[in-house]
Design a protein around this ligand. Structure first.
Ligand code: AMP
Ligand code: MG
Length: 340
């Protein structure tokens, strides 16, 4: 057990909190901080020993590489051997922001950041607290989401506290994050960029700036359809089984009625419009707009508790814009997909 220092950031203690958190990071400790996507668990990316603390606190598998976070393009350039012209364009359009570039590493970062790969994922977060912290540290900070491995990512400081207090040196509480799903990860090592993970920047937005982008074949199965549940790692999993239900309110009601005898208490998560038509033991309205649904997704997954609810049903959302990231996470979190 370590004592976890928690700073609730206000205008008056802002600089002091940043200074203290940066000092802990520079001395090799692991500290959680807000970004615009989700909370990250940071450590000095150049130190194998510091980065090991992230894996230990999260229980994360060692073969899953981490993203290095920096404040500026100059700092990004120090971690990679080459920045192709299309990456310059992407940086101008989307950084700082929720986009991670996979580029050839120059091995400045520790091997447990890259999982021994010849590439490194680098991102410049735009959240003011993350920016201040990274500028103050002036070292690259490796930071996966600040949750216990396998659980939904944290979008509030309380989520981080639930999972990691007593396991990390510090937690900067900057309030709820904005985007709510992780960054888009784009492989920039080939001629045509490949989206490895959909996220805060949509495929449509990327294509507007650089033209064609490809999507990792691992994300789509046969016939170009997104892959169903059952990936390499358990990811984003709520405490209670989650089923995705295609076909909006009518189909949700049908499945609810059918499963009543098998599952004692059923929870539903859906858009405001759909939720208004459904009665269940616990109903969470995620919002109307896609951006609201993304922002509330992980909090909803964490709200359904074992003992209160036996099955969660969730609406299937359209896969345009950030909807691609929403459905990617939901598929990984779900155990069943009920087609229309
Ligand atoms: P998380 O830290 O939980 O946000 O996950 C980081 C994501 O970035 C994972 O999906 C990693 O597989 C991916 N990633 C990080 N570095 C690389 C890399 N060098 N090559 C490919 N994917 C990467
Ligand atoms: Mg994660």
């Amino acid at each position: 057990m370590v004592q976890t220092k928690r700073w609730s950031i206000t205008e008056t203690n802002y600089q002091q909190a940043i200074d203290e958190a940066a000092a802990l990071l520079k001395s090799g400790s692991a500290v959680a901080f807000p970004t615009e996507t989700v909370y990250g668990l940071g450590a000095d990316a150049t130190s194998e020993e510091a980065v090991a603390k992230i894996f230990q606190a999260k229980g994360r598998p060692a073969d899953n590489p981490l993203i290095a976070h920096v404040a500026t393009k100059e700092q990004l350039a120090k971690l990679v051997t080459n920045i192709p012209p299309f990456v310059d364009k992407l940086i101008d359009a989307f950084s700082p922001g929720p986009l991670t570039y996979v580029l050839p590493t120059n091995d400045l970062c520790a091997t447990n950041v890259t999982a021994g790969l010849s590439t490194i994922g680098v991102r410049m977060p735009v959240h003011p607290v993350a920016q201040s912290l990274l500028k103050q540290c002036d070292i690259p900070i490796a930071a996966p989401s600040a949750n216990t491995s396998g659980k939904p990512s944290p979008t509030t400081a309380d989520h981080v506290w639930q999972d990691l207090h007593g396991k990390i040196a510090g937690l900067l509480d900057g309030g709820p994050t904005g985007v709510g799903v992780e960054s888009t990860v784009i492989d920039c090592t080939g001629e045509i960029p490949i989206v490895l993970r959909p996220g805060g920047v949509s495929r449509e937005q990327l294509e507007e700036v650089i033209g064609e982008v490809m999507v990792d074949p691992a994300l789509v199965g046969a016939e170009g359809r997104p892959k169903a549940p059952g990936m390499k790692y358990k990811h984003y999993a709520p405490e209670v089984p989650l089923w995705l239900v295609e076909g909006s309110a009518e189909k949700l009601k049908e499945v609810l009625a059918k499963e009543r005898d098998n599952y004692h208490r059923i929870g539903v998560m859906a858009s405001n419009e759909t939720a208004a038509h459904v009665e269940a033991d616990q109903v969470i309205s995620l919002g109307s707009k896609q951006s609201e649904i993304a922002a509330h997704l992980y909090d909803a997954l964490r709200t359904f508790k074992e003992g209160d609810i036996d099955l969660i049903l969730c609406e299937v959302f359209p896969e345009t814009g950030i909807g691609e990231a929403i459905m990617n996470r939901l598929r990984k979190a779900a155990s069943e997909y009920v087609a229309e």
